[in-house]
Design a protein around this ligand. Structure first.
Ligand SMILES: C[S@@+](CC[C@H](N)C(=O)[O-])C[C@H]1O[C@@H](n2cnc3c(N)ncnc32)[C@H](O)[C@@H]1O
Length: 258
């Protein structure tokens, strides 16, 4: 049975007509203010997800629980983040499952950590490392907001230093010099298990491939993904939007040879 929306939950208000979204946390007596007028949180609580609510000016919004990609996009950002477009490929490459233990380096804003936590589940563990303590604190706040902080162990670590964990199921690196962390990633991984990375330039891609081969990784792959959103209209015709995100990163995956 559908669980009604409750106080304390994050909710996405989707504005009809504009397809804009606003993330709010439902609070007793809380108010959402926009150019379309006010929506009282109390009018949303107790109703099913997907409920239609009218703002003070009579404009319709829909109250939805944010999906994992929307939670990633709505983190408080202190860094560039992994976008959902790339995240899907990366998590398939990482072959995650409930109960998996995964290392992430380059926590950043914790956007990708949110997805890792969701996929490893309550029994799994995400060991996430960054050189910046302030970034880790912000990322933990973002995870806390979605009730995921208890699946994470976060620590300050410099790329190149050994990871404390052994025999992990997967390693993900999002760093400017990922090749520094490749040998420690190899030591931490269980045989046969995958590593995945994202890098922003072709030079970094080449240097990373060299490091992966040098460390004993096999089955190396690199891809770039293009996403073109399509405008579906009743009268004017269906066609892609004129503008698109041109480039986000090169995605890499490899497996540890025994
Ligand atoms: C692009 S951000 C990662 C974004 C993250 N994947 C997300 O989705 O929110 C890269 C992170 O790598 C960290 N970093 C850069 N160089 C590092 C190094 N040598 N050792 C450890 N962390 C490093 C930065 O502090 C930054 O937080």
């Amino acid at each position: 049975m559908a669980r009604p929306l409750e106080y304390g939950e994050p909710v996405l208000l989707w504005e009809e007509g504009k397809a804009r979204t606003f993330l709010i946390r439902l609070e007793p007596g809380g108010e959402f203010h926009s150019h379309r007028g006010v929506i009282l949180h109390d009018r949303i609580v107790g109703r099913p997800e997907g409920t239609r609510v009218l703002s003070g000016t009579g404009h319709p919004f829909f109250a939805l629980r944010p999906r994992v990609g929307e939670r990633m996009m709505k983190v408080r950002r202190r860094t560039q983040i992994v976008y959902p477009k790339d995240a899907g490929w990366l998590v398939l490459a990482l072959d995650l499952f409930p109960g998996a233990r995964v290392i992430e380096m380059g926590t950043g804003s914790g956007a990708f950590t949110i997805l890792l936590c969701q996929l490893v589940g309550r029994e799994g563990r995400v060991y996430t490392y960054d050189r910046r303590e302030d970034f880790l604190e912000n990322a933990l706040c973002n995870l806390e907001r979605y009730g995921l902080a208890d699946r994470v162990e976060a620590g300050v670590l410099e790329a190149g230093q050994p990871f404390p964990e052994k025999d992990v199921d997967a390693v993900f690196l999002d760093l400017p010099e990922p090749w520094l962390a490749v040998p420690p990633a190899h030591s931490a991984l269980a045989p046969g298990r995958p590593i995945a990375l994202i890098v922003p330039t072709a030079e970094q891609l080449k240097a990373t491939f060299q490091a992966l081969e040098g460390a004993g990784f096999v089955a190396l792959e690199a891809v770039e993904l293009l996403e073109r959103r399509v405008l579906v209209r009743e009268r004017e015709g269906v066609r892609p939007y004129e503008r698109m995100v041109g480039f986000t990163g090169y995605l890499i995956s490899a497996r540890k040879a025994a």
